[in-house]
Ligand binder design. Structure first.
Ligand SMILES: [Cu+2]
Length: 319
């Protein structure tokens, strides 16, 4: 796991995760208190019973107390209080995004995340993968869906958890108060590489985010050196574009992650390897060894090491 990123609901990094931790605290400590109270009563009752003669009238009145006091009155009071508290403090699970929210589409696939943005300045829509960049201090409204089986979206430091269902759009709000990298993980078993379906949320100051968004919306610039031209040509010739989009180079395909600005992402393979030319070469050559069952074929038997390396260079040089 990336040591710089944290993935903990106990260390909230935004107001929504804060509220959830508060609610968890009330529930946990409330349950502990009630449990201790009941145990103390039980101990007290056992001691008294041992010390006393039986008396039917008194026992009946105690039973009534237990039934109405402990069985009805107490739960009604406690549950009503909790109900009011949670209604007043619940994060706003709204069908309609708040007016200041940034809307991002996330689709779960076996075993990676497709992330879609719209740049308000240029009106361009674009995809990226496995990493969600967000501005701090602003609610993020996620539209969640799935391309195959049920997945579940959960970045514990920033908000709640929501299932991603095929054929249906679900919603979730996130918010980050401080810049940082927050790890998430698919939270619904979705097949053999479920455990290797991680994602990272990178929260950045709003102006930095705006620059990032504008740059991501642009297509890939033409390669500047002979080596990069070789990489691009090999990518096209080996039909990587059957599954991957590199905007400006290949037609759109949604079978695999968009690779237009891959070099700017922190990880490869849904959080499996830190980004580097070396890791990319390894991934393209032997993805089936790194992530067995991934929906991408290994290329080591088809491509020589130089070709692998030049594709990796071309993919990595574009932030
Ligand atoms: Cu999953």
């Amino acid at each position: 796991m990336d040591p710089a990123a944290h993935q903990s609901a106990l260390h909230p990094a935004g107001p929504i995760a804060d509220t959830l931790l508060g609610l968890t605290g009330w529930l946990t400590w409330g349950a502990v208190l009630i449990f201790l109270g009941v145990m103390a009563l039980l101990a007290w009752a056992m001691r008294r019973r041992a010390a006393r003669e039986p008396n039917e009238a008194r026992d009946r009145s105690h039973a009534r107390w237990l039934l109405f006091g402990g069985g009805v009155l107490f739960p009604v009071v406690v549950l009503s209080a909790l109900f009011v508290y949670s209604i007043r403090n619940a994060p706003p699970w709204r069908e309609i995004p708040p007016s200041d929210a940034l809307v991002i589409g996330v689709t779960g696939h076996m075993w990676w995340w497709d992330v879609r943005y719209r740049d308000p300045a240029s009106g361009r829509e674009f995809s990226t993968a496995n990493e969600i960049r967000i501005p701090t201090g602003r609610p993020i409204y996620l539209g969640l869906s799935s391309g195959d089986v049920i997945h579940s979206f959960w970045v514990p430091a920033l908000g709640g958890k929501m299932d991603m269902l095929p054929g249906r759009m679900q919603h979730l709000l996130l918010q980050a108060a401080t810049p940082g990298v927050y790890r998430g993980q698919c939270a619904e078993f979705c097949g053999e590489q479920h455990a290797r379906m991680a994602l990272h949320v990178v929260a950045m100051p709003p102006d930095e985010f705006d620059r990032w968004l504008a740059a991501q919306a642009l297509p890939a610039p033409p390669p500047a050196t002979a080596e990069l031209v070789r990489g691009r040509d090999a990518f096209v010739a080996n039909r990587c574009g059957a599954c991957h989009t590199v905007r400006g180079v290949t037609e759109e395909s949604r079978l695999g992650p968009d690779l237009t600005h891959l070099g700017g992402r922190l990880h490869l393979g849904a959080g499996q390897l830190p980004m580097s030319v070396q890791a990319l070469t390894e991934w393209i050559g032997s993805v089936q060894r790194i992530k067995p069952g991934a929906r991408m074929p290994s290329s080591e038997h088809r491509l020589d090491p130089q070709t692998l390396n030049s594709i990796a260079l071309w993919l990595a040089h574009r932030p």
